[in-house]
Design a protein around this ligand. Sequence first.
Ligand code: TEU
Ligand code: CA
Length: 560
Amino acid sequence: MENNHWWNNSVVYQIYPKSFQDTNHDGVGDLRGIIEHLDYLKKLGVDIIWLNPIYESPQVDNGYDISNYKAINPTLGNMDDFQELIDGIHERGMKLVMDLVVNHTSDQHHWFQESRKGKDNPYRDYYIWRDGKDGQEPNNWGSYFSGAAWKYDQQSGQYYLHLFAPQQPDLNWENPKVRHTVYDMMNWWAAKGVDGFRMDVINLISKPAGLPDAPQSGDEKYGNVEPLVSNGPRIHEFLQEMNKNVMSKHKMVTVGETPGATPDDAKKYANLDNSELNMVFQFEHMGLDSNPNPALGKWFDQKASLKDLRANLTKWQEKLYGIAWNSLYWNNHDQPRVVSRFGNDQTEDYRVKSAKMLATMMHMMQGTPYIYEGEEIGMTNAYFPKLEDYVDLESINAYHQLVDDQHLLDGKTMMKYIALHSRDNARTPMQWDDSEYAGFSDHLPWEKVNPNYKQINVKKALADQNSVFYYYQKLIELRHTLPVITNGKYALVPGNEDDDAIFAYTRQSDETTLLVILNYTDQVVERHYDVPTKAKLLISNYADDQGNTIRPYEAKVYQF
Ligand code: TEU
Ligand code: CA
């Protein structure tokens, strides 16, 4: 099975613009800061750059609350900077993917400002308004950011739906005007040269008819909306319509963010027939270390076991093969740092080795790999100790709901969980060098710098041939030069299913086979694999190969 789209053997680099590079001394990253580092990204070898939202926004949720879809946030730059950025990307043979946030807008968007004026305003039906039930919210839905998903609006006497913050009202996709306005806006950006979109929570846009109550269990204060609103009744119709109106007219790449999507859902969203999206971000492997109590959600301190991780990644590789296309990721702006979460950041040696091992695990699979800024130098969680150190509303709201309001956790335990799982771990400034503020800015940054920036930074990584950076560079180069990484069939090595320490899989094409051997632990183990004598060691994170003896966090890939 050949996968021939321009993006099939591409690697994506995700930039969180606010935290990448500040150039105008205000402590906030900006578009000119990205322009300054395009040669760095070219050196790494990535093909596509995805930017988190750079549109006009009051920044209640760092740009995921958009007040004007066709304007650049002035803190980040202007349209001329944007043009220079996109030209700079294209001149270097790379592509640009923008974030598309159309499940909701900001409450400052003029559509919502109009909508709340009253029931007969022409924009009323752009959003989801309902009467209360017995003096309460219209249903039991809880918001992703704690509290109810409904807010009562005094001015117009009804509640509006917000699956995220109250300042992020949900758009009404049942209204064809909303849909076609979105398609026009997408075509407007495409005309500016944008090469694709990452679609924020795109599988939440079709709400179930009648908006029934959501499942609610035990300690949960509100119903859990995700099983109810994800993959809703008209979602495939909407995406096919979008595809006809937008994607089919351009050489675009699209990735949908789809919490709650299973492989069967992904087969529809990301089918190779190109009728909807090109791929989706699924969340199953991101949920393996969640709390067993649903009321506590992701707040927990246990590591995912190798058994669960291997079974999950294997399921996605096998189920989508020949039918749909996978995205491959460990990190993004919502997730803790991979080396701290699935690897080991306790010693410098283990940090480097485990970062490379986890990179190998993902980058040898079938799909499109995404690298999140700083992952390529092995940046770690920040482990900030105090609630005041955190900026993100998700962590702060969750603390107040679970500790102060519901008394489900004591403050100390919650702070431990936040240190491990807060989204702020991903959003600390990029560590460029060992100067004050890590070379990110010469002004106090909007979000604190990780205190380990003197040890972990780009300058150091570029000066060390054994750094995590050069390992990622090599993985990217292998993907570009070996078609088996794009097209080969994935299989677990027989007998590996129950191994507590080693993950071993193969990728096979008519011409060649890759054997990937990964030690997920800090233990030395002995394993025998049939490696033909003519096999070549393609890449490894140790200086030598000790055959059947596999050292802590060792990763090796043979080709034969
Ligand atoms: O995230 C959607 C989403 O699923 C998150 O709420 C996720 O569950 C959570 O962040 C995990 O801790 C997208 C964006 O990636 C996120 O940054 C936005 O805050 C959110 O949508 C609302 O737009
Ligand atoms: Ca700035």
